[in-house]
Design a protein around this ligand. Structure first.
Ligand code: ZN
Length: 563
């Protein structure tokens, strides 16, 4: 889980276009301008022919997720899409573009306001529940079921439909509801399995194909955790955000990606330094962990193609899967970071933000490498620091101890201790000093990118805490013209001081001190708000064009398959 829910959190910081009447061409253009077009490509030259063909099949299979997801968002989507495709006028074309961007006729960045006349409000239960039913009716029916049937009906992989006779509703497995498309997908996955030489990939593809047919995803989720080699596909029903009634039903999506070899090597190098970072954390030595356990796996990949729930509105830059608790207990979850998507967001959103937010000499230091290395360190640092605390004589998890304050504190910890770690690794010569010089300015600019989405969710709140703490410390400063800059004398000490404060709160499980920190500093201050106003014309996100996927389809797609 833990995928970006930023679109939902957009808290009125962006210009909202959709109030009252339906948009005309000009309004559609303004809406479009919020998403900077970008080509998403990946280097496939190291891949042998067989692997490239397998990848081509996976892109084809991923396309099927788009049509399945449309049906999951709203039962009327497919008919509406056909209507839109028949309209050749410029306005018709604009509607179609926005429909495809949002996977439905509601703008996800504008609190799901409709942009096509005559469509109903976005159904909160998506297409997962019967048209005309209410949440209360379905809930009452679910409660009336015997335990085994109830858990099946509440599960990830069933839709609820009206019963043909007898009782009010019935649970229909995805394998039946989406039979045609899933059979097509299963066939493509099996073809890809036959083409690849990588056994762990083949195992996943064969098991996932089977899951599409028998509706049991467990074995294939386990196999997904074990994929090695160049191709990293994620395809199937995963996230539950689209089901706002119960957050129960999984939406179809795909991320077809290839491993980033250089970053993977770098990740290996950083992984070897983790105990050394832990041993030097700026916190009372008794709170350091003398022997770190195994880390959750992280993969750095470049995206070739994304579809369905994985490609709507604001683009996903990283995700943690699977969501099935049984798999997580057995194998943990895997973090997948989409490097080329992050690069696109950096170029189209963060760099323009930096140019406005930062003093000119600071803006010059902002670099993608610093941004991405810090993002990787953020993920690694979640695994470091205290995870257990003794509260009232009882040892419990830090998550339990800090309760509602935990997520924002833990996100702030990962960020700020990631800055500390980068400095530590620069001191050791593992990372370059130039990278450290860049990271503070880059982080300062990226703080504004995050806060734009609001401070109501954990990440934005945690960013506000850091920004305000470092401003109060004098490590970040404002200039007379409203821009921000890094104080190079104070930044390292400021980072250490905040890292110490947060790690101590976690080690002691001190919920009151955590809430106090969030209450004082997890706020939007006027000077920050004024700067956010100046960012309104900068795109919110990117609209990807998957050029490598298109090339693969031209070369190996159904029309021109070279066999
Ligand atoms: Zn995090």
């Amino acid at each position: 889980m833990n995928k970006s829910t930023l679109a939902l959190a957009a808290a009125g910081v962006f210009v909202t276009f959709l109030e009252g009447s339906m948009p005309d061409l000009e309004k559609f253009q303004a809406m479009t301008d919020r998403f900077a077009p970008v080509e998403i490509s990946a280097d496939l030259s190291p891949l042998p022919e067989g692997e490239r063909r397998a990848l081509g099949r996976l892109v084809e299979a991923a396309r099927v997720m788009d049509s399945l997801f449309l049906r999951q968002v709203w039962a009327g989507n497919e008919t509406l899409l056909l209507d839109l495709l028949r309209d050749p006028t410029p306005l018709g074309k604009a509607r179609l573009d926005h429909f495809l961007l949002n996977k439905g006729p509601w703008s996800r960045l504008d609190h799901n306001a409709g942009f096509i006349a005559g469509v109903p409000p976005k159904p909160a239960g998506g297409g997962f529940y019967p048209v005309g039913s209410t949440r209360e009716e379905v809930e009452a029916w679910l409660r009336s079921l015997p335990p085994g049937e109830e858990s099946e009906a509440r599960g990830f992989f069933t839709v609820i439909r009206r019963a043909p006779g007898g009782g009010p509703f019935t649970a229909v497995p995805y394998s039946l509801e989406y039979q045609g498309e899933l059979a097509l997908c299963a066939g493509l996955l099996r073809e890809a399995a036959a083409l690849t030489a990588e056994p762990t990939l083949r195992a996943f593809l064969e098991k996932r194909a089977q899951a599409f047919l028998d509706n049991d995803y467990y074995a294939s989720d386990l196999a997904w955790m074990e994929i090695e080699g160049a191709i990293e596909p994620t395809i199937g029903p995963y996230e539950v955000y689209e089901d706002e009634w119960f957050n129960a039903k999984a939406a179809f999506e795909a991320f077809i990606a290839v491993r980033d070899e250089e970053e993977t090597r770098k990740l290996g190098r950083l992984g070897a330094e983790l105990q050394g970072i832990e041993d030097h954390l700026p916190v009372d030595p008794r709170y350091r962990n003398p022997k770190l356990g195994a880390m959750a796996p992280i993969r750095v990949v470049n995206l070739v193609f994304a579809s369905g729930d994985g490609n709507r509105g604001v683009q996903t830059a990283a995700f943690n899967l699977p969501n099935d608790e049984r798999v997580i207990r057995e194998k943990g979850a895997k973090r997948v970071m989409l490097r080329n998507v992050q690069r696109a967001k950096f170029d189209k959103v963060l760099a323009p933000i930096a140019a406005v937010v930062l003093a000119p000499e600071d803006a010059k230091r902002v670099r993608f490498e610093a941004f991405f290395t810090h993002t990787v360190l953020h993920e690694l640092m979640h695994g470091l620091g205290p995870h257990r605390a003794v509260v009232d004589g009882e040892e419990i998890s830090v998550r339990q101890a800090l309760s509602d304050a935990y997520s924002a504190i833990e996100e702030a910890k990962a960020d700020v201790s990631g800055l500390f770690a980068l400095g530590h690794l620069a001191d050791k010569g593992v990372l370059g000093r130039g990278l450290e010089e860049s990271v503070y300015d880059t982080f300062l600019a990226s703080a504004f990118r995050s806060i734009r989405f609001g401070i109501n969710e954990a990440h934005g709140r945690g960013i506000a805490v850091q920004l305000n703490f470092l401003l109060d410390y004098g490590a970040f400063e404002t200039a007379g013209d409203g821009t921000f800059r890094v104080n190079r004398e104070k930044i390292r000490d400021g980072v250490r001081a905040l890292t110490r404060e947060i790690l101590t709160i976690e080690a002691e499980g001190d919920a009151a001190r955590a809430r106090d920190l969030l209450g004082r500093l997890g706020v939007l201050r006027p000077e920050v708000g004024r700067m956010l106003d100046r960012l309104k014309s900068i795109p919110v996100d990117v609209a990807p064009e998957f050029v490598t996927a298109r090339r693969l389809e031209e070369e190996y797609g159904r029309e021109g398959r070279k066999e």
